[in-house]
Design a protein around this ligand. Structure first.
Ligand code: CUK
Ligand code: CUA
Length: 630
């Protein structure tokens, strides 16, 4: 063995493992060859068996080995975001965002309430679309943004600590749904759609007059997490994506006729894709051509039909997914109730906005793929993968062939249809929404799992399926049961993400807590002190495994008690917790972090608090007493 090949990077280790398995199989079959002459069919079967075995081996990550990709998964109506390792499909972490979380205290701690801001009282959410910030069309590892359809919110996760650090309730809209980021030149803006149509001033005065209903497209400053402007449109809005030139955003609309019942909503044969010109919107903003509503100062631009800011491109029928191809050439709108995907040529949009061509002239092909096309993903080799909800399949098709076929050339653009199990919604390829689309893996987020897993009662898990797309054929390699309900995901190469091992003391997430401590004259790195402030009591405590800095403290019945803990441990993975028994509070305190939580001392007597994150052999002994004087 040469010195070079003995160097085991995770990549060549995988290759070696494949080769071992491959040769093993060939050798075994070789024995059979000696006895029985091989036929062509036998060779074909053998090749097929080997190919799918290679796929499965590639997906297998040995215990102790690291995955090649991070997956960021929406948790749907669970309200969270999950981090997966791919290709193993191991769930690595859950990031509470719009939900509340017992383990970490998210939604209960003072720090998380500050981040949730005006929506701190809301305990649930419906997260759909997690997308990472980009620089020049490539993931930059900084933030993940995610929408909350249930409460019209957008949140941001900081990828250095993998915690939510900002949350925003978008005004003037109902149900923030489709969400993506500006790809080029960098993610200055997060874009998202208000889905449900309603009067902007929703005070009841026109609530039965559908002609006053509208939807808004929203442009959010990614750093400040503030709405920069909104654009009023005709019809509702569903999904959205950005181009690779920094010029246009596009959104699907499935209810252009503003129907209020199911029958009305699906009646029109054509709905539309709305294209937004960023430059024109910014110019209108600068020129003051906007209105404000509801006493907030968010500028609302008018992008309804006839406006210079937008163009409406008719497409069939209740379109859903909107995906930009990684070569930057096309917006693709999946037909949902039409078996087609509409391919919009981005290089024709300048002419469309200059009124040199008609909206439909930008649609350069509409390949027929199967029933219920919802979302499209890309492999960077010119192929597209579209989920077919009704057919329970993924259609692989070649984009250039579809365009050639549309122009009359006799060519079959369909490459393969793969059964998935069952009813897929979103799919996503490794780095497929960026210039780095690498065509290795495809995830199919299946909404139904029926017979794929051991039965667990009437409520079934979803089924997140991993598909190897590195070869000519798609190969299903893994079934991943998931709790409610991943809508969308992204797959990010691990080289793009560099999380911290410890907290740093100047982290903005607990900066305000430290400011309060400073006012109280407390050095959080050393002091264990009780500060009384009227009926409010602040208990400052340090922790080092396996001890809290305070063995007991005393308060009065009815006091509002805030416990502020600083974890002095400097060791990776030594997280402590704080739980006050019978008071409904607990939280996580990571190494070098400060966290705080508030409760009312409403029961006299002695109450034990304890560390609830297993930290040490004497973890059980890591506890202390609160004395409540009647
Ligand atoms: S949506 Cu759920 S399958 Cu919210 Cu992106 Cu298409
Ligand atoms: Cu500290 Cu368990």
């Amino acid at each position: 063995m040469s010195e070079k090949s003995s160097e085991l990077t995770p990549e060549n280790e995988l290759e070696n493992a494949d080769r071992r398995k491959f040769f093993g199989k060939s050798a075994a079959l070789g024995v059979a060859v000696a006895a029985v002459p091989m036929t062509a069919t036998m060779f074909a079967t053998m090749a097929k068996a080997q190919a799918s075995e290679i796929s499965e081996n590639k997906a297998f990550v040995h215990p102790g080995d690291l995955d090649e990709y991070y997956g960021f998964w929406s948790g749907g109506q669970s309200g969270e975001v999950r981090i997966m390792g791919l290709p193993s499909m191991r769930e690595l972490m859950r990031i509470p965002v719009f939900n509340t979380d017992s383990a970490t205290g998210w939604g209960f701690t003072e720090e998380s309430k500050r981040i949730k801001g005006e929506s701190a009282g809301i305990m649930m959410g419906d997260s759909h679309h997690p997308h990472m910030s980009m620089t020049d069309g490539r993931y930059n590892g900084k933030y993940i943004f995610i929408n909350d359809k249930a409460n019209s919110r957008v949140a941001r996760i900081r990828c250095d600590v993998m915690k939510c650090d900002k949350m925003l309730t978008v005004p003037n809209v109902q149900a923030i749904h489709g969400l993506r980021v500006q790809k080029v030149p960098y993610t200055k803006y997060v874009i998202c759609n208000g889905e449900f149509e309603a009067p902007i001033v929703n005070d009841g005065s026109t609530m039965r007059d559908v002609s006053t209903y509208t939807s808004l497209f929203n442009v959010i400053d990614a750093e400040k997490m503030e709405v920069v402007f909104q654009v009023r449109v005709d019809g509702n809005l569903d999904n959205t994506d950005a181009d690779y030139d920094g010029k246009y955003f596009a959104s699907t609309c499935y209810n252009s006729e503003m129907g209020m019942t199911l029958g009305e909503m699906i009646a029109p044969e054509r709905d539309h894709v709305v294209v937004f010109s960023l430059a024109r919107c910014e110019a209108a903003l600068k020129a003051g051509k906007f209105k404000t509503y509801n006493g907030n100062d968010v500028p609302v631009l008018d992008g309804r039909k006839g406006s210079k800011l937008t163009r409406y491109i008719p497409v069939p029928k209740s379109p859903h997914g909107l995906n930009t191809s990684p070569d930057g050439k096309y917006f693709m709108a999946a037909g949902k109730l039409s078996p087609t995907v509409s391919i919009i040529a981005i290089d024709k949009l300048d002419d469309l906005f200059a009124d040199k061509i008609k909206p439909r002239d930008t649609v350069i092909a509409e390949p027929e793929l199967g029933l219920g096309p919802l979302h499209t993903a890309f492999d960077g080799r010119g192929n597209a993968y579209t989920t077919l909800f009704l057919d329970s399949q993924i259609a692989k098709w070649n984009v250039q062939d579809a365009i050639d076929a549309h122009n009359g050339k006799k060519v079959n653009y369909l490459r393969q249809k793969l059964d998935v199990h069952y009813q897929p919604g979103h799919n996503h390829t490794s780095q497929g929404e960026t210039r780095d689309a690498d065509g290795k893996w495809l995830i199919s987020l299946c909404k139904f799992s029926k017979d794929r897993f051991l039965p667990v009662g009437p409520l079934h898990p979803e089924n997140d399926q991993l598909i190897d797309i590195s070869g000519d054929e798609m190969k299903l390699v893994h079934d991943g049961p998931a709790f409610a309900e991943p809508h969308d995901c992204i797959i990010v190469h691990r080289s793009k993400v560099k999380p911290n091992k410890l907290w740093t003391r100047d982290d903005p997430i607990f900066a305000e807590t430290l400011a309060i401590a400073k006012k109280d004259g407390v050095n959080t790195m050393a002091d264990n002190k009780v500060i009384r402030d009227g009926k409010k009591v602040r208990v400052y405590m340090t922790s080092v495994a396996p001890m809290f800095g305070t063995a007991d403290f005393t308060v009065k019945l009815g006091d509002e008690v805030t416990v502020i803990i600083t974890n002095l441990d400097m060791i990776e993975d030594v997280t402590h917790g704080f739980c006050m028994t019978n008071h409904g509070v607990q939280m996580e305190i990571g190494p070098q972090a400060t966290a705080s939580i508030t409760f009312t001392a409403n029961k006299p007597g002695v109450h034990w608090y304890y560390c609830n994150w297993f930290c040490h052999a004497l973890h059980m002994e890591m506890r202390g007493r609160m004395f409540v004087e009647a």
